[in-house]
Structure formats: structure tokens, C-alpha cells
Design a protein around this ligand. Sequence first.
Ligand SMILES: Cc1cc2nc3c(=O)[nH]c(=O)nc-3n(C[C@H](O)[C@H](O)[C@H](O)COP(=O)(O)O)c2cc1C
Length: 222
Amino acid sequence: MDVDPARLAMSVGEAMFTQRSIRRLRSDPIPIEDLRLILEAASKAPSGGNRQPARFLVLTDREILRQFGALYHEAWWAKRRDEGRGWTKREDIPPEEQNARSAAQLADEIKDAPCIVLALTQAKGQASSVIPAVQNLMLAARALGIGSVPTTLHPRVMERVYALLGIPAGAELYLCIPLGYPRGHFGPTQRRPTAETTFFNHWGDPTPWATREAAVATGTGS
Ligand SMILES: Cc1cc2nc3c(=O)[nH]c(=O)nc-3n(C[C@H](O)[C@H](O)[C@H](O)COP(=O)(O)O)c2cc1C
């Protein structure tokens, strides 16, 4: 089983600009060579001092996924209780809360995902060396037509998750990433304009493109 990066031939631009959260997943299994390629891509990410602390736990066993899915569901609703918005079931979430509604649907359905990847480290407090690997993982998945979404759990279920999966107590679990072929579509995302999120040379100073676009908008530039 060779690792062939050429299989990720989609342009980086297309992958990044069409990667959105895919929460409605088909249950078809993901070929093991594709899972390997995705994990190999993750392993190429940078890390502090190249210490490579990220560890991944790939779940494909149906019974483990079923048990993990029940804990994920409990965790999702525990987070909602913490928020104090009074939501205790899916029907309580207002229609305009589209993100929360689809996240709640994922909490119901994650047990049927063909694969879930957990991103961890053996010691605590190394998130910044794990997140780049997770982004690589999700972009590689995107290039193979496989959807993903980064999610978190809740302290309430952690002990049981660790026990279920044999994770040592000193390890830290950062993200839980379900993977699967989308029931919906990849596509554009809604993000704040960089004119709002990016400064140039000095905090608060606009970027050249923001200045130019503002001038064009007010008819004072070309
Ligand atoms: C740190 C982090 C935690 C997240 N946790 C969850 C989660 O628990 N459940 C979920 O469905 N989505 C989760 N997401 C996905 C975000 O909701 C998603 O990236 C954001 O709404 C943008 O969605 P889009 O990519 O579809 O535009 C998380 C994302 C990040 C980066």
C-alpha cells in the first residue's frame, strides 16, 4: 500500500475555499488506503521543534463507534446545558440557529459515521502542535471528496471516553473529527472579510487591499 500524494491533486486553493463543515455523512466505509493517505498528510504538518507530539486514534469499529457516539451525544447536550439557553432537545433549537441545529443532528448521527479520528497528545498542553496536523488531515480528506468537521467533547464524558478507548490518563484529547462522504455538498463558506480581520504592520492599520476597496466603494479610487 503506497502513499501517493498525487492522489491529493485538487488545487490547494479549491480545497481550502470549498472546505466547509460536513456533518451529514453517508455511512459508506472509507477505503483504508485513503485513511492512510489522510493520516500521512496530517503527519507532514509543522510542530514546535519538530517534536511531533500529535497522536491520532482512528475509530472504524462499529461497536466502538456506537459506544463513542452515545458519549459524544451526551457531551454535546452537556455543552448546551452549560450555555444555559434552555435547549434540552433538538426541537428546542430555533430554526435560525442553523449551525446549532446541524451540530445537534451530528450529535444524533455521529454513531453512524464510517470513521472518527481523535487528535491527541501523550502529554497535556500542546494544542498548537496538533491543530496544524488536524487542518492538513481535513484538507487531505477534502481532496479525496471526504467530508469532516472538527468537534470537541465535554469534561463530563472524558473519563468514560478514555476508558472506552484505552487512552492513558496523562494524554490530552483536543479534537474529534468525524469523516465520511457528504450527504450534502462541499462549497463556499461565510467568513468575515480579511479587511476586518487583518491589520498591516501595526495593530488597527488597514491592509492595502482594504484601503483600495474602500476607495473604489466611495468612488475616490480606481
Ligand atoms: C475548535 C472547534 C470546535 C468545534 N466544535 C464543534 C462541535 O462541537 N460540533 C460541531 O458540529 N461543529 C464544531 N465545530 C465546527 C464549527 O462550527 C465550524 O467550523 C464553523 O461553524 C464554520 O462552519 P463552516 O465551515 O461550515 O462554514 C468546531 C470548530 C472548531 C474549530
